[in-house]
Design a protein around this ligand. Structure first.
Ligand SMILES: Nc1ncnc2c1ncn2[C@@H]1O[C@H](COP(=O)(O)OP(=O)(O)OP(=O)(O)O)[C@@H](O)[C@H]1O
Ligand SMILES: [Mg+2]
Length: 360
């Protein structure tokens, strides 16, 4: 078991493409044991796809996902691209060498290329092997975004909650029922609810069923995908309090997905901001609110109303227009550490600008 502060989940260069749609494009972050990691961004930016990639609902396009130090998912596109690039480079260099007539140099180059390709193929094979080895990881559970669509209407709540245990091979009916009753009570429902069907519940109660279905597996990491977006504000607080309560009781680590910052602000230790498949900013919650650097984060912040009339009078919604904000024609951006633990997607010029800003 890792200690608190240790990395529980590490996502490296994750890409999940749907044909030409780069839903998640080169996203990297870590989640530490015991923390709440908030992932925010507008509709369609790739939050759910990131979560679904982590629980292995996809054969990811590229990148690696590690859980407790072990690689549980890996894609292969990067290896294929490396091979393609190396072949292209070799072709250009070989042309030049042929002209100068050095057969030895040409042979050496070819041997170098062959060795490189063999190494890339070996790594690709390992990636495939690791990815296949972990079909599902029961220690990671997801609370799905849409509580209506994700609960089978023909199954009783008891059957829905028990499904994971049954799939895992649990056969003892009495034991399963006991566990179902236990988690129903943990999430604020009652054992009689086990016999009922999902449509007999309110939105907030359905979300509790989703939570029960996840916690019955005794996970270490829960991915809560917009668990409160469809609920009234008063019910939102109840579900968040429930998650917070369970987190402490069960020692859970949580990845909390939301589309605006107001919901994750108080609940998250660290926050990642996504925009169109990219992670554009990553920092502790306090730091992100103190020094929002990426213009998209600033626009998200400007959308949060505050219970302060003076602030509200001055508050101006900022719209993020990428083409106006960035000039990436000569220097491309990547995720850079501007302050320790504070990462921003930027190019060199922007990096310098942000550095100055945080030092002021
Ligand atoms: N199974 C799929 N097949 C094809 N495209 C998909 C699939 N799932 C998601 N997408 C596309 O990937 C992009 C990211 O979708 P995703 O559901 O991850 O966004 P999201 O950030 O969770 O949005 P929301 O806040 O609306 O839930 C979108 O353009 C979406 O249309
Ligand atoms: Mg989503």
């Amino acid at each position: 078991m890792p200690n608190k502060g240790e990395t529980l989940l590490r996502v490296e260069h994750l890409c999940q493409y749907f044909k030409t749609n780069k839903a998640v494009d080169d996203v990297s972050f870590e989640i530490k044991k015991g923390e709440v990691f908030g992932l925010v961004g507008e509709s369609g930016c790739g939050k759910t796809t990131t979560g679904r990639s982590i629980i292995k609902l996809y054969d990811i396009t590229s990148g690696d996902i590690y859980f407790k130090g072990e690689r549980i998912a890996a894609g292969t596109l990067s290896y294929k691209n490396h091979i393609k690039e190396a072949k292209k480079k070799y072709k250009e260099e070989a042309e030049a060498l042929k002209k100068s007539g050095s057969a030895d140099a040409l042979n050496a180059k070819k041997a170098e290329l062959d060795a490189y390709i063999a190494e890339q193929r070996r790594q690709m094979k390992e990636a495939r092997r690791d990815h296949k080895k972990h079909k599902t990881v029961t220690e990671i559970q997801m609370i799905f975004q849409d509580p209506i669509a994700s609960l089978d209407p023909r199954m009783t709540v008891g059957q829905i909650i028990a499904e994971g245990l049954v799939i895992r091979g649990e056969k003892d009916k009495a034991k399963i029922n006991e566990k179902v009753y236990e988690v129903l009570e943990m999430v604020g429902l009652v054992r009689e609810h086990a016999e009922r069907y999902p449509h007999e519940f309110s939105g907030g109660q359905r979300q509790r069923i989703g939570v029960a279905r996840a916690v019955i597996m005794n996970p270490e990491l829960i991915i809560a995908d917009e668990p409160v977006s469809a609920l009234d504000v008063s019910i939102q607080a109840q579900v968040i309090n429930l998650l917070d309560d369970l987190r402490h009781k069960m020692g859970l680590t949580v990845m909390f997905v939301a589309h605006d910052l107001s919901v994750v602000k108080y609940f998250s230790d660290r926050i990642g901001v996504m925009y169109y498949g990219k992670l554009v900013e990553l920092a502790t919650s306090d730091e992100l609110f103190k020094h929002p650097l990426h213009p998209y984060t600033r626009s998200l912040l400007s959308a949060i109303p505050m219970p302060d009339p003076d602030y509200e009078k001055q508050r101006k919604r900022i719209t993020y227009v990428p083409l106006k904000e960035h000039d990436y024609s000569t220097d491309l951006p990547s995720l850079q550490e501007v302050l320790p633990g504070h990462f921003v997607h930027c190019n060199k010029a922007e990096f310098e600008k942000y550095r100055k800003e945080v030092q002021e």
